[in-house]
Design a protein around this ligand. Structure first.
Ligand code: NDP
Length: 280
């Protein structure tokens, strides 16, 4: 392996320690930071994610309330629950665990969240503010990637950043953050012809497709920074979206697991504390 390892696990541990201290400060002022998480249905992966968020909150001394609703919950019931949490002054952050069961509209539920309590940063108001470079809640995964780039001294300014994937939770907000950081940004999707022509020109390559081996070592510019967002579980093992041979070509790269994943949870805690510090 020649690439420098971008250690998300270590960076997240540092952030979580800071979060613990921030939560302590708030509690000394009589403010209990509080994250509410809504989980609808019994998707096993979502249940695991929610449990790991609860544990992370507990470690950081942040109160968490998980609201588990049955799979047959109606759109109106879910929106009512969100509105109830909007009105609850003890709640700082609200998160609706995605994906939702097929009969529910994620867009409509996200729209119902008070933008000031939108810890995930998915509300159109926050997305809009981010896209024009105004302060906003920033989606946790791309926010965590920006922290990693900074920590490893990788300045996007003047660099060509290529993002493979254009989702609401990763690709699009990532593009906005990199534009705001003065990178030249290209965003690829499934209709991009000859993907390797784009990936090979990237100084910073971010891959978030949900497909193992979307990018391999031959598709990377030697010395590039590679951020692998993917989490693919195969036979009980986790793989990213980038093949392991990319470590031979890249200059710096995140591993899977232990790269972007731990930073996502760390940013969720940090976003919750940002709101609690602002609102009290
Ligand atoms: P989505 O399925 O919502 O989006 C995937 C995107 O990748 C789409 O825009 C799709 O294009 C594009 N894409 C898929 N295959 C290709 C391809 N071969 N070439 C070019 N583009 C392609 O996924 P998410 O963004 O939600 O997640 C992506 C991955 O990141 C998943 O593995 C997910 O588990 C992981 N993830 C990890 C997190 C973490 O904390 N580490 C957090 C969030 C996600 P099109 O729009 O044309 O369909």
């Amino acid at each position: 392996m020649s690439a420098r390892l971008i250690d998300g696990k270590a960076a997240a541990a540092e952030m979580n320690q800071m979060s613990l201290e921030r939560a302590q400060h708030l509690r000394e002022k009589g403010i209990e930071p509080h994250l509410a998480v809504i989980l609808v249905g019994d998707n096993p992966a979502s249940q695991t994610y929610v449990r790991s968020k609860e544990k992370a909150c507990e470690r950081a001394n942040i109160r968490s309330t998980a609201i588990r609703m049955p799979a047959e919950t109606t759109q109106a019931e879910l929106v009512d629950k969100v509105r109830e949490l909007n009105a609850d002054k003890s709640v700082h952050g609200i998160l609706v665990q995605l994906p939702l069961p097929d009969h529910l509209s994620a867009d409509e539920v996200i729209d119902a969240i008070d933008p000031d309590k939108d810890v995930d940063g998915f509300h159109p108001v926050n997305m809009g503010r981010l896209s024009i470079g105004l302060p906003s809640m920033v989606p946790c995964t791309p926010a965590g990637i920006m922290v990693l780039l900074k920590k490893y001294g990788i300045d996007p300014a003047g660099r060509h950043a290529v993002i493979v994937g254009r989702s609401r939770i990763v690709g699009r907000p990532m593009a906005m953050l990199l534009i705001n950081a003065h990178a030249t940004v290209t965003v690829c999707n499934t209709r991009t012809p000859n993907l390797e022509d784009f990936t090979r020109s990237a100084d910073i390559l971010i891959v978030a497709t949900g497909h193992r081996d979307t990018v391999n070592g031959s598709m990377i510019k030697p010395g590039a920074t590679v951020i692998d967002v993917g989490i693919n579980r195969v036979d009980g093992r986790l793989y990213g979206d980038v093949s392991e041979d990319a470590f031979e070509t890249a200059g710096a790269m995140t591993p899977v697991p232990g790269g972007v994943g731990p930073m996502t949870v760390a940013m969720l805690l940090s976003n919750t504390l940002d709101i609690a510090e602002r609102k009290g």
